[in-house]
Design a protein. Structure first.
Length: 100
């Protein structure tokens, strides 16, 4: 998918609404996760922000979701949810360090 096609998808209000709902669902789940999860503090801080303003976050996260080549306007809600979940650490600022 070209960058222009990704940008058009990320700007589509129906797509943004679906991403916002997926982000709210992820945020609810993050709030219930164990404190032992890597990056828990950053993840829950973002979850609080998303729950307070899902529409604003939907617009931001839609850009990242649209970069996934498997995502299109025809994608299922499950595909969008999976993609939002996979981006959560990146958006929340969690840095994963892999031991050598």
């Amino acid at each position: 998918m070209s960058f222009l096609t990704q940008a058009a998808l990320a700007a589509d209000q129906s797509f943004i609404s679906r991403v916002a709902q997926a982000a709210a669902t992820s945020a609810k789940d993050v709030m219930a996760e164990s404190a032992s999860v890597t990056g828990h503090l950053l993840r829950t801080q973002m979850a609080n922000e998303v729950l307070r303003s899902p529409s604003s976050w939907g617009s931001l996260i839609a850009i990242g979701v649209a970069t996934n080549p498997a995502i299109s306007e025809a994608s299922t809600d499950a595909d969008i949810q999976f993609t939002v979940n996979s981006l959560w650490d990146a958006y929340s600022g969690v840095i994963l360090v892999v031991a050598p």
